[in-house]
Design a protein around this ligand. Sequence first.
Ligand SMILES: Nc1ncnc2c1ncn2[C@@H]1O[C@H](COP(=O)(O)OP(=O)(O)O)[C@@H](O)[C@H]1O
Ligand SMILES: [Mg+2]
Length: 226
Amino acid sequence: MSLEVKDLTKTYNASHGKVTALDSVSFSVSTGEFASIIGKSGSGKSTLLSLLGALDTPTKGEIHVDDINIARLSPHKQTAYRAKKIGFVFQQYNLIPNLSALENVMLALEFGGMRASERKERARELLTAVGLEPDQQLRKPAKLSGGQQQRVSIARALANKPAVILADEPTGNLDSETGKKIFDLLHDLSRTEKTTIIAVTHDLDIAGKTDRTYMLKDGKITTKRG
Ligand SMILES: Nc1ncnc2c1ncn2[C@@H]1O[C@H](COP(=O)(O)OP(=O)(O)O)[C@@H](O)[C@H]1O
Ligand SMILES: [Mg+2]
C-alpha cells in the first residue's frame, strides 16, 4: 500500500494557545518500503503517525492511501480503514496483562473476525514467526522480557494482515542490541510480506538501515536520506 501525504497540518488548541504540531508536511512512501522518521521530542512524530493511522483528523491537508484520501473519510469508514489496513506498534507494548502472549494475539484475530477454531493455530504461527518459543507463547507479558513483549505486540499488529505498520518508537524501551533485532524483524516483514512500514526512532544507527529516513523539526519535514 502506498502512501502520499500532501500539505498536512495539525494544530492543537492548548491552554496557552495554538500549537502547530505539523506544518505543511508532504512526503510519500511506496508499497513495501520501510521508512523511518527521526526528530527530537515534541517535533510532531506521534502526531504524524496518529494522522496516518486515522486515530485523529488533520486540520488541513491530504493523506492518500492508494487512491483514497483517508482524511476525508467518515468516522465509520476511518474505523474500518484502521481495522483492515493498519497495524500499530507502540513504545509501551500495550499488551493485556492478564492474557498470555497467545491469547493477546488470539484476541486481535477475534476482533479481525477470524473463526474461533482457527485462531489458536494462526496465533501460534504468528508468534513463531516473530521468534517466540512455544513455552514463551503461554506466558503472560510480565513473565516476558521487553524484547519478547515487543515481539508479541508485532505479532498482534500483524494478526489481520495489515498493509501498513505504524510503529511509534518501538525500540524506545529496549537496549540497543534488542532494538536492532526488533528492527531486523520489521525489515524482514517489509520484504517478505510487502508490508509498508513507517517507524519513528531516536536511534540514528537503526534509522540508517531503513530504506529512507525523514526528519521532523518543529512540525516541518525534510528528507534526511533516500
Ligand atoms: N493533544 C494535544 N494537545 C495539545 N498539544 C499537543 C497534543 N498532542 C501533542 N501536542 C503538542 O504537539 C507537539 C508535537 O507533539 P508529538 O507529536 O507528541 O511530538 P513527538 O512524538 O515528536 O514527541 C508538541 O508541542 C506537543 O506538546
Ligand atoms: Mg512521540
